[in-house]
Design a protein. Sequence first.
Lengths: 115, 114
Amino acid sequence: AQKITQTQPGMFVQEKEAVTLDCTYDTSDPSYGLFWYKQPSSGEMIFLIYQGSYDQQNATEGRYSLNFQKARKSANLVISASQLGDSAMYFCAIGRIQGAQKLVFGQGTRLTINP
Amino acid sequence: DVKVTQSSRYLVKRTGEKVFLECVQDMDHENMFWYRQDPGLGLRLIYFSYDVKMKEKGDIPEGYSVSREKKERFSLILESASTNQTSMYLCASSLAGGDGNEQFFGPGTRLTVL
């Protein structure tokens, strides 16, 4: 079984500051992938970034980076230079690399960027 | 552009009614998924399908069934709606094979059961 834990229900950050959203996971699969999604107030789920368990380097996509620490089973999302438009719910998810690739999501973190 | 559409944004039904939620994707994806989203619980997988007419139970299938007669369409059925099925329902699709295949989500259907 796979499990994701996001321990921060809500975070408040000043605009232009960097933000780290925590995500820890548990899995018995030898190969797995970790995903981060953003859900603005409009409701759509937006894919942000992906990291495979075998990737040596941390994934980066623009202002988003994934701080992957396999030994600690953590996959934190780092947003650099936060913007007002970053205010949203953020979900971490884990999935098998092979097979049906269904995802298990965490509870989410609501991020609010203050001007 | 990649697109997943859901038949309704908002739906209000009465207890005991049979409810159909439709999802269509235009990306020729093999995999399709139905989730429900509740505050504090994140997204939970109800059912998924990896091919036409194929389906597998997710983590919370009780009270739901699904149908996938065509590759692009995946329907979620509430056989007899109950108030505890009031929720946001999200459909998603993804390519099969490889890794890092992100799931693309529809806009969601907010279902209220009275």
